[in-house]
Design a protein around this ligand. Sequence first.
Ligand code: GDP
Length: 459
Amino acid sequence: MKTETIAAIATGMSNSGIGIVRISGDQAFEIIDRIYRNKQGKPGNLKAAKSHTVHYGYIYDGDEMIDEVLTLIMRGPNSYTAEDTVEIDCHGGVRMVQRILETVLHNGARTAEPGEFTRRAFLNGRLDLAQAEAVAELIHASNDYALKSSVNQLSGSVSRKIRALREAILYETAFIESALDDPEHISLDGYGERLLKVLEPVIEQVEQLIASSDDGRVMTEGVRTVILGKPNAGKSSLMNVLLGEERAIVTDIAGTTRDTLEEQIKLQGISLNVVDTAGIRDTEDVVERIGVDRAVKAAEDADLIIYVADGSRPLDDSDYEIMGLIRDKKAIVLLNKTDLKLTVDKEALEAQCGHCVIPISAKEERGIEALESKIKSMFYHGNIAFNDQVYITSARHKEALEAALKSLNMVRTSVLDGMPEDFYSIDLADAYEQLGLILGEAVDDDVVNEIFSKFCMGK
Ligand code: GDP
């Protein structure tokens, strides 16, 4: 089947050393041959060139020479899209790259939609859907953990795990079906017991994957953090210390969905998204400024609450109110101003708030390392072990896993209740299908469109 040939700028839209225009599809080589000339100024005949070779020459628009380029030839299926692909490395001025793209488009390609190259890779079976999603995550990764997790997912860590689970399920479904078809030769006596033995570890692994999604979200999006403390406790000073040299490149992200302001702090590869810094900057009590209800809400939504207690002043009602808010939450309590004479006792505070207390001095920048390692250990349990641990970072995957878990639990109940085998065969098949959605099997077009629409141009 003929496919339309698509083209796009694959590099960023700013002036830079090199820009890349990518062409993919059946006509890729014809198109490049219309516009490429070799260093002698003669037609290059790249159509005949070997796959994975680089050619030095020029791009021409008619008789006009546009730029000196390197051209890469990749024959399908050995390319990103699994189609014939050409990459033109040109000079990276924005106008130059656009000009090259325009020339390619005038000569028979059409502009690729966002994510269309990766979509083709998916449709051509080069990547499954989880891997294709990892490509988008990789491009948007804002910290080292997110980067590592998306690289792993792209290399198939999630897909392999899901496939192994599906295989186990499929084997059982097939066994039941065959036994029901051929009861004379295949006996289902005592099968329930055997199935449970297979099912338990499958259920456990699905549960583990679901549980990993909390870490996964934190990894890709950052730790949603709220800093609470009465006025003058040192919240703003703490922010400044944490921002450190990053301060200059920090941007305020006006929350579009939430009515809040976020500031991002990078700590040893983890991102903290500090919510409602407006309150902190105004040296106002967050609880006071946004009202108790919203503070409660912010605290509920937060992955982490940092409560800054002023150690130089006695605890008051504000402090007790905050302690009430954070009692059952993931929270870190900082006893600040330890450079001054303390009126608040660390152990007493610990007993009162039910969290461990880290003494710091925001002013003298003491105790900050202890805070950082505490955050790290709270979210990554000391360390992210990428080798054997797979992290679920996509809400879509989590949803599918939850649906699969539901079906698997139903199978378990049916077995324990002594229901007939065809009962659980249906639920097993359902779990199999749900897990398949992660890989992109039988996924609705809408879902696929939604996924690829989030890609940037040229990917
Ligand atoms: P916020 O209202 O909670 O944001 O508090 P600020 O960070 O604005 O700090 C209030 C005051 O306490 C400022 O004068 C800071 O310089 C001071 N401060 C903050 N942290 C410390 C500390 O660790 N030691 C001392 N001595 N003063 C501090």
